[in-house]
Design a protein around this ligand. Structure first.
Ligand code: DPX
Ligand code: MG
Length: 569
């Protein structure tokens, strides 16, 4: 391409690699240690720079972009920036997303001259940020000489893409513009690892053995299914249809198996499951866990951990009771297994007896006070094939999980990391990559207060995101886990705040709804506002929370409160 440089610098090299792996937007906050690097990235015509209000939001915006795009980049300055961006990097680690965290760092001459520097701890050891990054990434590199940059950049990016985890690249301020060699073919970085043939074969045989003699197989889908890529989602659908069995889905994997499919039996979340997913999972005598994640949250304080021996198919290995197979790629394993399994729909026959009757949804009169249930009813009506729904930590998790996803609708949740405020920057990052989709956010008042500034980027980029802010005056989920005065927060005028972000030229709209009719009207305004975000503040009673939240909160609190075990006991 004629626009590419003939002489490469470290910054050019990095820019070209980011483009080659499919990144079109890079999220940044400037600082003197990264300014030359930002110029270099800007100079690449295929990258759009996206400035964020702070580094926490910047990292979470990149986290959301990685959900939409498969990989993302976040560029910050040393320490004051990077330490805040570590939070979104932690999220990317927990949520299995390859986020490339890039930090500017001090001039290479300063450490050896024992200079004290700004934006540092005030000691002359500048390696601490790299050491910290090693704990929250799958590969952390610091470039000390320009000639090392190509090798280290390629290594970090390749590790991130393969492991579906974040990586870290540190570039000193005086090296971004330093010359280095030009990049070689990108396939050296992106070429996937395929399964070991013998291990794949043996794992499929072991799966057939695991299933033989079993009468009641069920598939349980977890969030790593989508993260695995490699056509794993399509392969799972084929496997499920070949088996004919019930398919339950973990809450963090909602949407990864079509909810309108006749074998979909609901969200398995222990006692707060939807439909009869828990009854059928606990009835099973063989459980094929595909990309599942069992935590205290997803098992409702360990009350819902399946108690039969499991087959666990992970992104790059499969484990059975008594056998383990490394280097077996999930997509390949599921495809292979689909050709070998026998059809057995016993769990579907049983499920059709257990399946609850559809619930009659009450439609509130326009003048009725707004309730949680009415908000859910109205959001349900908004969901279509092009909708992506973000649900924030809080009661929005439970309300969102209850909704039925029509074909094509997508669902995003950050259940492993669970950072309140994630949904605002993450939805912003996601929507930049998917302007063709309608992004809707369900977020609580407490969460919104953490990252509210990033609404101003939605304004800046004219993104028509709909934010449904549920104002129950405080941290209700925490109230249910463990109450105290700390769960109260200062109320804001949310509708006015969002309009303040417009400055002279924005198109954000802020509305508030206290009745069912007001919400209906506000939703109409939101659907007509195609040039900016619309925030709808929905005021509900402080105690109007879901039954599921109360039940889940009870068991999570009990798990938190287990007394220390004496050693040896
Ligand atoms: C906290 C949580 O208002 O939602 O529906 O009222 O609970 P609900 P809000 O957004 O409040 C959220 C609040 C304080 N969790 O109830 S879930 C602890 C927490 C966290 N993340 C961070 N800090 C604290 N999850 C960054
Ligand atoms: Mg709240």
């Amino acid at each position: 391409m004629s626009s590419l440089p003939t002489k490469y610098t470290v910054g050019d090299y990095l820019a070209e690699r980011l483009v080659q792996i499919g990144i079109r937007h890079h999220f940044v906050v400037p600082g003197d240690y990264n300014l030359v690097l930002l110029d270099k990235l800007q100079a690449n015509p295929n990258l759009t720079e996206v400035g964020c209000a702070n580094e926490l939001n910047c990292s979470l915006a990149a986290e959301g972009y990685a959900r939409a795009n498969g990989v993302s980049a976040c560029v910050v300055t040393f320490s004051v920036g990077a330490l805040s961006a570590f939070n979104g990097t932690g999220s990317a680690y927990a949520e299995n997303l390859p986020l490339i965290l890039i930090s500017g760092s001090p001039n290479t001459n300063d450490a050896s001259q024992f200079h004290l520097l700004h934006h540092t701890l005030g000691t002359t050891d500048y390696s601490y940020q790299l050491e910290m990054a090693k704990k929250i990434t799958c590969c952390a590199v610091a470039i000390a000489r320009a000639h090392e940059a190509p090798r280290l950049i390629d290594r970090a990016i390749r590790h991130a893409l393969l492991a579906r985890k974040p990586c870290y690249i540190e570039i000193p301020t005086n090296l971004s513009g330093a010359e280095c060699v030009r990049p070689g073919p990108i396939s050296a970085v992106t070429y996937p690892i395929t399964s070991d043939k013998a291990a794949l074969e043996a794992a499929a045989n072991c799966a057939a053995e695991y299933l033989s003699g079993k009468l009641k197989p069920v598939i349980l889908v977890g969030p790593k299914l989508r993260r695995a890529g490699d056509g794993a989602e399509e392969a799972l659908l084929k496997l499920a249809e070949a088996m004919g069995c019930a398919v339950a889905v973990q809450p963090a994997a909602k949407g990864m198996f079509p909810e309108d499919h006749k074998q979909f039996v609901g969200i398995f979340w222990g006692t707060v499951s939807t439909d009869a997913a828990d009854s059928i999972v606990h009835w099973a005598d063989a459980l094929l866990c595909v990309g599942t994640v069992f935590t205290d949250y997803s098992t409702v304080g360990w009350t819902a951990m399946p108690d039969i021996p499991l087959m666990a198919a992970e992104m790059d290995h499969v484990t059975f009771p008594g056998a383990h197979f490394s280097r077996v790629r999930l997509g390949e394993f599921l495809s292979h297994l689909a050709t070998q399994v026998k059809y057995n729909n016993s769990t579907m026959i049983e499920y059709n007896h257990l399946k609850p009757d559809p619930v009659l949804v009450h439609t509130a009169a326009p003048g009725d006070e707004l309730t949680r249930k009415e908000i859910s009813r109205q959001i349900q009506a908004l969901l279509g094939p092009k909708t992506t729904l973000f649900v924030e930590t809080g009661d929005s998790w439970f309300n969102g999980v209850q909704l039925k996803l029509p074909p094509g609708a997508q669902f995003e949740i950050e259940m492993a990391w669970g950072h309140i405020g994630w949904s605002i920057p993450a939805a912003f990052g996601y929507a930049l990559r998917h302007p063709d989709r309608k992004t809707i956010v369900m977020v609580g008042d407490g969460s919104f207060q953490v990252t509210a500034q990033e609404v101003s980027q939605m304004v800046r980029f004219n993104l028509p995101i709909t934010i449904v802010l549920i104002n129950n005056r405080g941290y209700t989920i925490e109230v249910e886990i463990h109450d105290g005065s700390y769960n109260k927060i200062k109320n804001w005028n949310y509708a006015l705040l969002v309009q303040a972000f417009n400055g002279e030229d924005g198109n954000a709209k802020g509305l508030s709804a206290k009745t069912a009719g007001e919400l209906q009207d506000a939703i109409k305004v939101a659907s007509e506002n195609t040039q900016g975000p619309t925030l709808i503040e929905c005021s509900i009673d402080q105690d109007d929370c879901s039954r599921e939240l109360i039940t889940w909160g009870h068991f999570v609190a009990a798990a938190n409160a287990r007394p220390p075990r004496l050693s040896g006991a």
